[in-house]
Ligand binder design. Structure first.
Ligand code: 5GP
Length: 143
């Protein structure tokens, strides 16, 4: 293990249902929900159910499931928001910008006419997050 896993990190608590999230997708291995402090409209997180702080700690099966869900949800984000591009990112360690020590992938729509908001800075109105999630869920249904 490259990093001791903290079972009380915020995503572990969301996975246990102790904290809410604005969910767009879930299967046996992954869950995807809106980032509470989105860097752009449609910023979505894909979180593994397997407990692991960094990508190095994940089983190959969980890593495969994570990238499959990331591709699936990113396609839906693209259909829902029609951004000019999409950045997909995953951070390992505080020095790399990781703030929640549970493996997750960021799906960040990029709009040519808008700068990204800060990383983990401004909490979005829950009603806006719910509206954005609804669009992604609808796109997933149509996929
Ligand atoms: P990291 O910096 O670890 O790569 O990304 C963590 C992300 O989780 C940040 O973009 C941050 O905005 C988001 N985040 C932090 N706390 C919460 C939370 O309680 N709920 C949700 N949905 N996102 C969170």
């Amino acid at each position: 293990m490259s990093n001791a896993y903290d079972p009380n990190n915020i995503f572990a608590r969301i996975l246990r249902g102790e904290l809410p999230c604005t969910k767009v997708y879930e299967d046996d291995d992954t869950i995807a929900f809106m980032d509470i402090m989105p860097q752009s409209d449609g910023h979505t997180l894909v979180v593994t159910k397997e407990p692991a702080a960094e990508i190095f700690d994940l089983s190959e099966a969980a890593a495969g499931a994570a990238i499959r869900t990331t591709q699936r949800v990113a396609r839906a984000v693209r259909a829902a928001f029609s951004p000019d591009g999409i950045s997909i990112g995953q951070f390992n360690g505080a020095a790399a910008g990781q703030t929640v020590p549970h493996v997750h992938f960021h799906i960040v729509p990029r709009y040519a006419d808008r700068a990204l908001r800060g990383h983990g800075t401004d909490i979005q109105d829950p009603a806006v997050l719910a509206e954005h999630a609804g669009r992604i869920i609808a796109a997933l249904r149509e996929a």
